[in-house]
Design a protein around this ligand. Sequence first.
Ligand SMILES: C[S@@+](CC[C@H](N)C(=O)[O-])C[C@H]1O[C@@H](n2cnc3c(N)ncnc32)[C@H](O)[C@@H]1O
Length: 376
Amino acid sequence: MLDTRLPTASESGRGAPTPAPGAPRCSVHAVDLFCGAGGLTRGLQDSGIDVALGVDMDPACRYPYTHNNGVPFLEQSIETVTADDLPGAFSRGSIRLLAGCAPCQPFSTYSRSRPRADHARWNLLDHFGRLIRETKPHLVTMENVPMLRREQVYSDFVATLREEGLTNVSTAVVNCADYGVPQYRRRLVVLASALGPIRLVSPTTPEHRHASVRDAIADMPRLDAGEETHADPMHRACRLSPLNARRIRASRPGGTWRDWDESLRAACHRKPGGKTYPSVYGRMEWDRPSPTITTQYFAFGSGRFGHPEQDRAISLREGALLQSFSADYQFAEPARTMTAKAIGRLVGNAVPVNLGRAIGISLLRHVKLHHAGRAM
Ligand SMILES: C[S@@+](CC[C@H](N)C(=O)[O-])C[C@H]1O[C@@H](n2cnc3c(N)ncnc32)[C@H](O)[C@@H]1O
């Protein structure tokens, strides 16, 4: 049987949430730690969660975060943020959600061979745990790369959740394509609640209905490499070197550099026993989800980021669409030109909006089941 008893103030330190007069009974107020350009916040807001504050130390996040979401932005390192920096973010009587997606580079496969010292950044998850202790949220969600589960810092984080009364913890490794994102992207989603058992909603999009690259970008105006459209400066494609221009012409959707003539191959691909990265230099396929959009998705040589039929890498806008941002999501101030590298970092690091929405729906359903309609 589900335990629908709310913890008392003395048990949890968080107090029983009570709706403000006239407010919906299940209002959930969130703080988004490591909020980036706002992929997670956008998805949570789309689901009906009220995000009160985003925190990130990168000043480049301020404009896209506030402009697209209308949510205040605190530019500060999580290492120095305390509960005192969040006054009013968690309004009295609401259900408090602490959401966050600590930078995943330290946990990703690409960085595992780097020296251990580089992993000092892992302590950011410890700071997330510290803020849980300080702010006593009713709900927590954390998204990251799946291999984080193997790390001690992750076990410590889950232990903190339980010690802080968020005893209902569920973890799921999901493919974002199963949640309406036109992209294969495996992610770990942690949900924790002090209110009762919780889990992520079941996949919303079965494999045969996965959104495809065609669904996401087929309507975009044609572009040449190095060109951008006047109407949308984000619809710009990076230049290609003469060699890469020949390579992309020789590439087929879903193929690899192995399809090319020997003369086009990189030196490391020519050597017998040399390094083989089959997932670089490819074109996307129209009728499948895209490969994982990384921070380098605008560069043909960094992954399978070639357009399915035009001789160029996908544009900055097309990458954002494949992350399920809306077509009008702005990443740079109108009068400011941002480099492809800077925009790629904001887009590639984001939680896909549709995954954020599924997380939000899961949390709201959970609150409705375990909290709404109960005597407070
Ligand atoms: C994986 S991204 C988060 C993406 C975001 N949740 C979204 O959906 O768009 C991680 C973010 O952590 C931020 N970050 C890294 N170190 C930080 C720190 N010490 N304090 C605050 N933010 C930090 C980075 O600037 C980056 O925006």
